[in-house]
Design a protein around this ligand. Structure first.
Ligand code: FES
Length: 94
């Protein structure tokens, strides 16, 4: 059972060569509500989208809505296969 939803009409489009923001997740105690996770790595407001992806148009953020307050491990390396959450992929980046 998931405790979040995302707009399936607006699938995340990953940057083919995302900037690695950091090789650890951003672990944050989040409040219930909507979030836009940066998938390109270029935002100045990690781990959230600040619109920087619009400069090259290769990707867009993933928007989700947390149904309750929750500790979230947002992917920081942008290589996760479980967007927007850390899946440990940063360990394979060398
Ligand atoms: S997806 Fe990275 S700034 Fe928007």
């Amino acid at each position: 059972m998931t405790d979040y939803t995302h707009d399936s009409d607006r699938e995340v489009i990953m940057d083919p060569n995302p900037k690695i923001a950091q090789k650890t997740p951003f672990v944050v105690d989040e409040k219930a509500g909507k979030y836009a996770w940066c998938s390109c790595g270029k935002t100045e407001n990690q781990p959230y989208c600040d619109g920087s992806h619009k400069a090259d148009g290769l990707c867009r953020p993933m928007t989700i809505e947390l149904e309750a307050d929750k500790k979230v491990a947002w992917c920081g390396c942008k290589h996760t296969k479980n967007q927007p959450f850390c899946d440990g992929s940063h360990k394979d980046l060398g």
